[in-house]
Design a protein around this ligand. Structure first.
Ligand SMILES: [Zn+2]
Length: 400
């Protein structure tokens, strides 16, 4: 019993320490700064932060959320991220026990926390987290196949079929969209179509190989499940976005979008046009899709304090107000860790959580445009912890 309490404490403290590092990623990743160098400093007065003021959870409380040298407030997210990561690590240990599966579970939790908090602030999920995280997910699936619980061959066959149908539908609709709105095929389109096809062929080959080379069967099966998870996770979101995009016409930004946001919407439109973010017709230039360019959006001083609102507005229009690549890539990453069944569970949970928050916002008469990443993240965590239970429960309802 004592050892159990000891281990739980260890994982909580470990989570708080990792949370402290995640805070650095959350602040620096969108600005394209190194996450290793320089060492921690106060963003307001640049004073270095010494180790005794950098103890997770404790320092924030001891300093009463103020910087020791300049007394300016430390944002609450520093504390929230540390506490949240600690709690999730603690809980992951309770669910999975002392096993290798904890490694990918911790990595996934870290990625989800960073993505959620960056998305809340910037309305964007950095590729380092989504695409980079996806490759890590594939690697960990091979190394720790227990993560995918040795998927039965029937599960993989069904997954393969769903992946081909859903993937094919998405690629077809995407090409239809490009054709219909006469959008030129850009580098991102080519990358996604190529990767999607490669993943589909690879998961199919791995299923075949697993039967031929029995010694690698578990790793191959786990990787096949991870690839199916990435394709099905991404395409479940992508297809909902595409249906919206094919049905509605392409939106452009107009000065009316900025009415009420700044004193002089026309001047803002001119500034955005001058900076190359929108063309004369109000179509967004692809520069905005790049995280780094967007975070460094050059604006005249008069618009500076509205930077995040303006950026969020442009993002909404760029995504046709429906679904962005960021969320699609994010769920692909989660699928690489969870496999195709749990990726689908996460996809179905997220809108419920989003709907609840949306309703609260509407009731409070707040701005209803909200980042979807954090809801997806909650769905992914719920699926990681309780997904198998949910699948059994749903199957039970249908008498399986
Ligand atoms: Zn300071």
């Amino acid at each position: 019993m004592e050892i159990e309490i000891f281990l739980r404490t260890i994982f909580f403290v470990f989570g708080a320490l990792i949370g402290s590092f995640l805070n650095v990623c959350i602040v620096r990743l969108p600005k394209s700064e190194s996450i290793v160098f320089p060492s921690s400093h106060c963003p307001q007065c640049q004073a270095p932060i010494y180790w005794y003021d950098n103890i997770p959870l404790i320092s924030f409380l001891a300093l009463k959320a103020r910087c020791r040298s300049c007394q300016k407030g430390i944002p609450l997210h520093y504390f929230v991220v540390e506490l949240l990561t600690a709690a999730l690590f603690f809980f992951a240990y309770i669910v999975f026990g002392f096993s290798w599966v904890l490694v990918p579970a911790f990595v996934l939790i870290g990625l989800l926390v960073v993505a959620s908090f960056v998305d809340l602030e910037w309305r964007i999920i950095p590729d380092e987290v989504s695409v980079g995280g996806m490759w890590v997910g594939f690697l960990l699936s091979m190394l720790i196949p227990a993560l995918h619980k040795g998927p039965a061959s029937e599960v993989l066959i069904v997954g393969s079929m769903v992946a081909f149908i859903l993937g094919g539908t998405c690629m077809g609709l995407h090409l239809l969209k490009l054709f219909r709105f006469k959008i030129p095929v850009d580098g991102e389109d080519k990358k996604i179509l190529l990767l999607g096809t490669a993943f589909l062929l690879l998961q199919w080959s791995l299923m075949t190989l697993a039967g031929v080379i029995p010694s690698c069967a578990t790793s191959f099966a786990a990787l096949a499940d991870a690839l199916q998870g990435a394709v099905i996770g991404a395409c479940s979101l992508w297809v909902t976005g595409l249906i919206g995009e094919v049905l509605i016409t392409k939106r452009v930004v107009t000065e009316f979008d900025f009415k009420g946001m700044v004193d002089d919407p026309l001047a803002l439109m001119k500034a955005l046009h001058g900076a190359g973010y929108v063309d004369a017709q109000g179509s967004l230039q692809s520069a905005l899709r790049d995280v780094k360019t967007a975070a460094g959006l050059k604006l005249e001083p008069v618009f500076e304090d509205k930077r995040q609102e303006i950026f969020a507005m442009l993002q909404d229009v760029d995504q046709g107000g429906v679904m962005g690549w960021g969320d699609v890539k994010f769920l692909a990453m989660a699928g690489a860790f969870l496999g195709w069944q749990l990726a689908l569970v996460a996809f179905f949970i997220a809108p419920f959580i989003g709907a609840v928050f949306g309703l609260i916002k509407v009731l409070r008469r707040q701005d209803t445009a909200i980042a979807y990443g954090p809801f997806l993240a909650v769905g992914i965590v719920a699926s990681l912890f309780w997904g198998d239970m949910i699948i059994r429960w749903v199957m039970g309802m249908y008498g399986y």
